[in-house]
Design a protein around this ligand. Structure first.
Ligand code: SGN
Ligand code: CA
Length: 512
């Protein structure tokens, strides 16, 4: 790729017109489903609202068609920091080692006098670069008493991970250089598997019955790759590790726990409170003598949702705390505040948890942004945006030139509700992690405003969805009479995008 880096001369905290540069607070959680954020208005989120996260959208903009380019933690984080698709930034699947020597959003901001920091999940297997301060979780991190790694040491901090990250962020803000604008990436571990709630939320959703998605009992007709996955709530969740189910009535031992070290990290008191919470719940499960598979699947779904939404509750409190802090410090309006997640997540749609597929629930990325100077309260953006656009957008908002090599495009005009007839009508997606966790085949595809064409290229399977008539992607119409024209158009569009983004030949595949 012809990379021409646009280096901007370091200037003080004002741009060349003397305008004060905004701070950026970028809050990103992990695996937070769009349907679990009440600003997006789902029936699930109405039962478990997220008022603080919603406030960002209400006082700013809500992106309604924002997507990631590769629905997995490491690849999404790499795309955000580089403005590049996975093949171009080199981080294609979890476990890769991120090349921190390349140009990055935080480095450009640093050269423009920003003070930069990242606190929380990193998950890129190399040491962070471009940050004045970093304090990261070890790999996925732990919910209770997690280890934090800094430039100088690794230390275990007692407490609940979401709360600790919040405290660390506020502490860093309190001790920052007040003469410089800041860029803080606050990366929560929650609501990632295995969904351990904070103790104060142990009983939050005990009596909530979450609506079961209409395609919960999907049998994956005409969808070979979907048949092959291993992310089914009923079949693939670990009953101990994920669902905290006990081996028998009256027992505190969990049915199957492949990672006992997570429990071993707990203090005796934490462990006792954990047992005091789960034992009666598990005993009540045993007393129901559920033997029917469908009923058991529904029970597991409720347990999953109660746990998952409880971890969301702590994230929402954390966002509330950060907003309050900025308000008290008089920083609210001069700070670009973002809430997003590395990808969205399945909450029982198709019977699943996890992500990875190019289907809507996992390709989506919730995104809201508040910055009154550029964004009117209550703005909604429905054009197609993607995580590779974040870096260009932030630079644009800070009045810093966007490097030409970035593949993303600033969506600031959309946030400002400017006319943008030139805006893209399609998005490129590419998932690479196979074989791997949850057995999702490698695939690439294109999403337009109405259609989605996916190619599982190692098994030679194509899928075509008409999202207007089939929003839940249950009916693969690839190869059906009447779809020839649109299929041809979409295949040409995939080729155009692969050419535009310079996807190496080895990652594309000619039609079977
Ligand atoms: C862990 C999870 C998987 C998950 C991956 C990737 N298992 O391995 O379910 O798909 O992370 O998630 S766990 O039981 O160890 O939590 S990602 O968000 O980091 O990409
Ligand atoms: Ca994730």
């Amino acid at each position: 790729m012809g990379i021409s880096v646009c280096y901007c001369l370091p200037v003080l905290s004002a741009d060349k017109n003397g305008q004060k540069r905004p701070n950026i607070l970028y809050i990103m959680s992990d695996d937070h489903a769009e349907t679990a954020i009440s600003a997006y208005g789902s029936s699930v989120s109405r039962l478990a609202p997220t008022p603080s996260i919603d406030r960002i959208a209400r006082e700013g903009a809500l992106l309604k068609a924002n997507y990631c380019c590769n629905s997995l933690s490491g690849p999404s984080r790499a795309a955000v920091m580089t403005g590049l698709h996975s093949h171009a930034n080199g981080f294609m699947q979890n476990g890769n080692r991120f090349d921190g020597s390349q140009e990055l959003l935080q480095k450009i901001l640093q050269r423009n006098n920003y003070q930069t920091a990242i606190i929380g999940k990193w998950h890129l297997n190399s040491r962070p670069t471009g940050f004045d301060y970093w304090c990261i979780l070890n790999d996925q991190g732990e919910y209770y008493n997690p280890d934090f790694i800094t430039e100088n040491d690794t230390s275990c901090v007692e407490g609940y991970v979401t709360d600790i990250i919040t405290d660390k962020c506020i502490d860093w803000l309190n001790h920052r250089d007040m003469n410089k604008p800041f860029f803080l990436m606050m990366h929560h571990k929650a609501c990632h598997r295995n969904w351990w709630p904070a103790e104060r939320h142990y009983h939050l959703y005990d009596h909530t019955v979450f609506p079961v998605p209409e395609n919960f009992f999907d049998r994956y007709k005409n969808r070979v790759a979907a048949q092959k996955q291993k992310m089914n709530i009923y079949r693939d969740m670990y009953e101990g590790h994920d669902l905290k189910m006990s081996v028998s009535p009256g027992s505190d031992s969990l049915r199957y726990d492949p990672w006992p070290h997570l429990f071993n990290r707990m203090t005796l008191e934490q462990r006792l409170r954990f047992n005091a919470n789960y034992r009666p719940k598990n005993d009540s499960f045993w007393a129901q003598h559920i033997t029917n598979e469908e009923e058991l699947a529904q029970w597991k779904y409720q347990r999953y949702m109660q746990e998952y939404m409880s971890t969301v509750a702590a994230v929402d409190e954390s966002v509330g705390e950060m907003l309050l802090y900025l308000e008290e410090q008089g920083l609210l309006d001069n700070t670009i505040i973002v809430y997003t997640s590395d990808q969205s997540f399945y909450l029982g749609e198709h019977g699943w948890f996890d992500k990875r597929f190019m289907y809507e629930e996992s390709m989506k990325m919730p995104f809201m942004i508040r910055y009154p100077k550029d964004i009117q309260a209550g703005t909604e953006v429905s054009k197609l945006t993607q995580n590779i656009d974040f870096a260009p957008t932030f630079l644009n908002m800070c009045n810093i030139a966007v490097p030409e090599y970035m593949q993303g495009v600033s969506f600031l005009p959309l946030l400002r509700k400017e006319k943008a007839d030139y805006w893209r009508n399609s998005l490129y997606y590419h998932y690479y992690e196979y074989p791997g966790f949850h057995s999702v085949q490698k695939h690439f595809g294109v999403r337009t405003l109405r259609y989605k064409l996916i190619c599982f290229y190692e098994i030679g399977i194509w899928e075509l969805y008409d999202l207007e008539n089939d929003p839940h992607e249950m009916n693969n119409i690839y190869g059906q009479p009447g779809t020839e024209w649109i299929t041809g158009e979409l295949k040409r569009e995939i080729k155009r995008l692969q050419h535009l983004y310079e996807v190496p030949e080895k990652y594309t595949r000619k039609e079977k």
